[in-house]
Design a protein around this ligand. Structure first.
Ligand SMILES: C[S@@+](CC[C@H](N)C(=O)[O-])C[C@H]1O[C@@H](n2cnc3c(N)ncnc32)[C@H](O)[C@@H]1O
Length: 276
């Protein structure tokens, strides 16, 4: 975890909701039939819940719980709680992914754009898979863009002479996510069959300083939290970062192209497993 845990701003995060939801639907597209009907589904790191509701589109009868450790995100997500149109049910609960295990066996455990915040998250896989029903699925997606200019420039600025005294240790470690090959090895090592891939989306973002606007919803949050008690310093940092981002991501006639690599993994537990 970063030294200063970020405070999430659901409204800022949702400003690019369409682009952010696309990897979630691409992830679900690779999930096969679930073993139970109605299925039990957990969404770990559900955020504001706008992608959690998509699970009810795919599995209309499902009992779905979204888990998150941000009170701000959970408050927003709970606007979606209740019965779903297909006869299922959706609710939300606090949980810390670093220690959480499902209270009851899941047919699908999904985690989208969250595990990059959990150092050593692959060590949690055996426990989570143990809590899947036989034939159940663990599906995850993590950003693989820590070497992209957006993140590299953020780290360089935070480590610069002006800022390192205030921001040392605040940003996530470089190895926040694993390689696709490493995810494959971890998941097959538990006895699952696994489907792992990567995609680079080229999001075309609207508006001025569009990449800054995107990062304000996620990667920049630890810095904003660390400088929260000093608005002048916070604004100065954002200004410096804005300038380097403008040079790295020039706006075009139709918006600002923002390449974004993501890594996906879908692991299926064998039907005959007797882990539980
Ligand atoms: C980038 S958002 C992703 C939200 C949602 N899954 C989506 O795809 O839009 C990351 C989420 O992970 C949550 N998170 C970070 N660390 C967590 C932890 N240790 N336990 C539970 N949730 C965590 C954050 O609160 C945030 O809502």
């Amino acid at each position: 975890m970063p030294a200063t845990a970020p405070t999430w701003d659901p409204a800022q995060y949702l400003r690019h909701a369409g682009h952010r939801a696309r990897p979630f639907t691409d992830l679900l597209a690779r999930v096969q039939d679930l073993p139970a009907d109605p299925p039990r589904i957990a969404d770990l790191g559900c955020g504001p819940g706008n992608v959690t509701v998509l699970l009810a589109d795919r599995w209309p009868t499902a009992r779905i719980t979204g888990y998150d450790n941000s009170p701000q995100m959970l408050e927003r997500a709970r606007q979606h709680a209740g019965p779903t149109p297909g006869g299922g049910h959706l609710d939300f609960a606090p949980a810390d992914a670093r220690t959480w295990t499902p209270a009851e066996p899941c047919d699908l455990l999904v985690s989208n754009a969250t595990l990059q915040w959990i150092p050593g998250h692959a060590d949690r896989f055996p426990d989570w898979i143990d809590h899947l029903t036989p034939g159940g699925t663990l599906a995850l997606q993590v950003p693989g863009n820590f070497d992209a200019p957006s993140h590299r420039l953020l780290r360089e600025l935070a480590h610069s002479r002006r800022w390192h005294g205030r921001l040392d240790g605040v940003l996530r470690h470089d190895d926040a996510v694993l390689t696709p090959e490493a995810y494959l090895a971890h998941l097959t090592g538990t006895g699952c069959t696994a489907d792992v891939w990567e995609t680079t989306y080229v999001h075309l973002l609207p508006g001025e300083d569009a990449v800054l606007d995107w990062v304000k919803g996620t990667g920049l949050r630890p810095v904003l939290a660390a400088l929260d008690d000093d608005p002048e310093a916070r604004d100065a940092f954002v200004e410096e970062y804005r300038n380097v981002l403008r040079a790295a991501y020039p706006a075009g006639a139709h918006g600002t192209p923002f390449p974004f690599r993501r890594v996906f993994a879908v692991a299926r537990k064998p039907e005959a497993a007797t882990g539980r």
